[in-house]
Design a protein around this ligand. Structure first.
Ligand SMILES: [Ca+2]
Length: 361
C-alpha cells in the first residue's frame, strides 16, 4: 500500500462519473507522503458502534438506510444538525427514517445555526422543501430524546469509552459543542469519520469549499484539529462514486421498508445532478463515510495536517499538509495528524453499498 498512485483505481469506469480533472487528479502520486502505516480502519471488528451526525437531506437518507441495514454496524443514535435542511426538518426526517424502518434508535437534536457565521438559506433546490425531495410524509409519532446532540455524544462515549465511532456527515457544530462540553471526549471516541472537505478536487459550493465545511467553518476548524483519531472523506473520493439510475432501481425494489422513500428522493436529487452537473445519477457522498468505515480496503488514505480557512474568499477551504513535509512556515504542520482519503475504488464502493441495501434492507 505504500507506493501506489491514485490512478491505480479506474476512476473513469463508472457509467456516470463527475466531470473531473483527469490530468491533475490521475497524475497525483502518493509516494511522496504515503507510508506503511496508512490507516486500515476498524473494519475487522465484528460490529462497529456508531453515532451518526446528520442533516437529512437525501444523501443522508441513503446513508441512514445503509447504516440501519448493515449488520456490521450498531447505530447507537442519530444526532441532527442544520445543513441541507433546517434543524427541525433534519430531526423530523431522522425520526421518520427510523420509524419507517421499524427500528428503535434514539435521535438527539443538535445545533440549528453555525457557531459564528450567518447561515445561507437551505438548498431546497437540491433536497426539496422537506429535505426528502418533496415527499411530504406525515409527521413522525416519536420524539427526539431530551438531550442535545452534544450531550448525547458526551454521555454515550462516557458509557462506552473507546468503543464508539462518530460518523459526521453534516456541518460540524454538534461535534464542536461536544468538544466544548467535555474536551476529554477526544480520548473516548474510537474514531471520528467526517464526510466533508476537499483537498485537490475543488469545492462544490464555492470553487474551493465543500458544503459541510463551508456551512460552519469555525466548527470544522475545531473538529478537524481537535486531536482525536480522524479520517476525512471528502470530495476527492466522493466525486469518484456514482449511484446511477439502474443501480438505484435495484436498491429501491429490494429494500422492504424504505424503498419508496429512497426511490422518490433519489429521483429529485438525480434531477438536480443532471441539470446542474450534467451527470446521470448522483454521488452518495454521505454513504462514502460509512463505506470507509466498513471497507477501508477500497480507499487510499494519506496522513497529514489539516487547516480550515474560516474567513474571506477561501472560507471553508480545507488545506492538507502531508506528514513530515517541511514548509517555510511551520504553521501548516502544527495541527494534529489525521487521515485523509485521496483514492477510492468508486465502482467497488457503490457495489458494496448496493450489496448491503439489497441483501439486508
Ligand atoms: Ca449530509
Amino acid at each position: 500500500m505504500g507506493h501506489e498512485t491514485v490512478d491505480a483505481f479506474p476512476v473513469l469506469a463508472l457509467p456516470c462519473p463527475m466531470p473531473i480533472r483527469p490530468a491533475a487528479y490521475q497524475m497525483l502520486t502518493l509516494n511522496a507522503y504515503a507510508d506503511d502505516t496508512m490507516n486500515k480502519g476498524p473494519a475487522y471488528m465484528t460490529t462497529t458502534p456508531i453515532i451518526f451526525d446528520t442533516d437529512p437531506g437525501i444523501d443522508d437518507a441513503q446513508a441512514i438506510a445503509l447504516i440501519m441495514a448493515d449488520p456490521g454496524i450498531e447505530v447507537v443514535g442519530l444526532t441532527t444538525t442544520f445543513g441541507n435542511v433546517s434543524i427541525e426538518t433534519a430531526t423530523r426526517n431522522a425520526l421518520l427514517l427510523v420509524e419507517l424502518a421499524g427500528l428503535d434508535i434514539p435521535v438527539a437534536q443538535g445545533v440549528g445555526t453555525p457557531l459564528e457565521k450567518t447561515p445561507y438559506p437551505v438548498p431546497t433546490h437540491v433536497h426539496g422543501d422537506d429535505g426528502l425531495g418533496n415527499l411530504h410524509l406525515p409527521a413522525p409519532t416519536r420524539q427526539a430524546v431530551s438531550q442535545s446532540a452534544a450531550e448525547f455524544i458526551v454521555e454515550q462515549t462516557r458509557q462506552r469509552p473507546g468503543e464508539i465511532t462518530l460518523v459526521a456527515v453534516g456541518p460540524l457544530g454538534n461535534l464542536a459543542k461536544a468538544l466544548e462540553l467535555d474536551p476529554e471526549v477526544v480520548h473516548r471516541v474510537a474514531r471520528v469519520v467526517v464526510m466533508g472537505g476537499s483537498i485537490r478536487e475543488g469545492g462544490n459550493v464555492t470553487p474551493l469549499a465543500e458544503a459541510n465545511i463551508f456551512s460552519d467553518p469555525h466548527a470544522a476548524a475545531q473538529v478537524l484539529t481537535a486531536g482525536w483519531p480522524l479520517t476525512l472523506v471528502g470530495l476527492d473520493v466522493t466525486h469518484r462514486t456514482c449511484l446511477d439510475p439502474a443501480r438505484m432501481q435495484r436498491i429501491t425494489e429490494a429494500h422492504r421498508t424504505l424503498g419508496p422513500l429512497l426511490a422518490h428522493s433519489y429521483a429529485f436529487y438525480a434531477k438536480f445532478y443532471g441539470s446542474a452537473l450534467g451527470i446521470d445519477g448522483c454521488c452518495p457522498h454521505d454513504s462514502c463515510a460509512v463505506a470507509w468505515l466498513r471497507r477501508p480496503d477500497l480507499f487510499q488514505t494519506v496522513r497529514g495536517h489539516l487547516n480550515v480557512i474560516t474567513e474571506g474568499l477561501a472560507e471553508g477551504q480545507t488545506i492538507f499538509a502531508p506528514e513530515g513535509r517541511q514548509y517555510v512556515d511551520e504553521h501548516w504542520s502544527r495541527s494534529p495528524v489525521v487521515d485523509v482519503c485521496l483514492g477510492i475504488d468508486g465502482a467497488a464502493v457503490v457495489d458494496w453499498m448496493e450489496s448491503v441495501l439489497t441483501t439486508h434492507g
